[in-house]
Ligand binder design. Sequence first.
Ligand SMILES: C[S@@+](CC[C@H](N)C(=O)[O-])C[C@H]1O[C@@H](n2cnc3c(N)ncnc32)[C@H](O)[C@@H]1O
Length: 293
Amino acid sequence: VADALMTLRPFLLLVFVALVFWLAARVLRQSLLGRLGQLGKLLVFVGLVGIYVLTLVFTAMGAAPPWAPFMMVLMGSPLTIIVVVVSVVLFWLVLRELPFPTPHWAGFLLEGPWRGLLMPADAVFNRMALGPGMRVVELGCGTGHLSVGAARRIEPGGILFCVDIQPEMVKKTMARIEKQGLGNTQGHVASAGRLPFDIYDIDLVFVVHVLGEIPDRLAALREAFRVLRPGGVLSISETLIDPHYRFRNDVVKTARQAGFETVSVDGSLFNYTATFRRPAAKGPLEYVPRFAA
Ligand SMILES: C[S@@+](CC[C@H](N)C(=O)[O-])C[C@H]1O[C@@H](n2cnc3c(N)ncnc32)[C@H](O)[C@@H]1O
């Protein structure tokens, strides 16, 4: 096996370097997206090609490029590379099949620069078209990373209901909201399978990095359907790095099963937002409107 690995070494290194470059390109492109647009993509492309060409030049001159030690660490031995890659993939695959809420004590994982890099909050908000006066449910609010921004965007007149199954998470979100002096947000401890709303007049339910943590996803989406007004929007965002990531085909299939119409899927495999709409009612609505006499 060791001999075979050594023979395959150049090929494995090539694949590995290609993967690292591909990932770096995607991350950089996402982070620049919306700020530098096409220019950003061009800069990333020129930068990566530049590094590659400089590496070739240094090698041709018989010298090591300044980033060689970093490359050595990255490359290691083929066996190390295989063990690391296989472990990461296995961890990811296993967690995908084990839905459980991100523990509240691990809430720090939901913060930090990686968020801005992999899925900037503004990009998510723009994809869900939040606007003043909307009645919005944030399902699985976590530490409230997106709640403050969402609450601001629906001012004036809007109301945000932050729902999470863990009381500690709701507490963290509400502390954040209060710190910003926002008075248009309510926190609710509840499960996605039974939302605490009996009046069906929600304009938007948004779900970011949550769906894969819910054991019965179909029931959760049916519940979102129930609380949305006809024409109301369900927005689901996922990032590949999340071990509970759900593929877009799976998400679209479940949402359609729950009764939604697909509006759009924006983004890429790496990070995307799927938007659905509750169709207009075919018959009389079976609920009493909020302001009925
Ligand atoms: C990965 S965090 C994402 C938090 C937030 N949406 C964000 O993007 O920062 C997932 C959150 O969903 C919550 N959650 C998981 N399963 C849930 C369920 N069945 N009902 C309600 N909330 C749930 C977890 O408690 C956790 O706070």
